[in-house]
Design a protein around this ligand. Structure first.
Ligand SMILES: [Zn+2]
Length: 81
């Protein structure tokens, strides 16, 4: 079965809406720095951060916060060769 990116995204959103374990904004913000570090280091995003990713997809406030955090961290993290 081949799903398009749009279909997968829609599916993920539907799943995250009905999931029991949903992050609150506070929980999400608490995880953001670790999540951002993984992204910046090019490491695979661990399963623990799946929920963060899902929350960012459905929450504009937190994804805005995340974008700001990424920018701030980019200035601190040395570029990898
Ligand atoms: Zn949020």
């Amino acid at each position: 079965m081949n799903l398009s990116d749009d279909q997968i995204r829609a599916l993920l959103q539907a799943v995250s809406r009905t999931r029991d374990q949903e992050l609150t904004c506070d929980e999400c913000l608490g995880e953001l720095s670790g999540f951002a570090e993984l992204i910046l280091k090019g490491r695979p995003v661990e399963e623990a951060y799946d929920l963060v990713q899902q929350h960012l997809q459905v929450c504009g406030e937190c994804s805005e916060e995340f974008a700001l955090l990424l920018k701030a961290l980019e200035c601190l993290v040395e570029p990898q060769p």
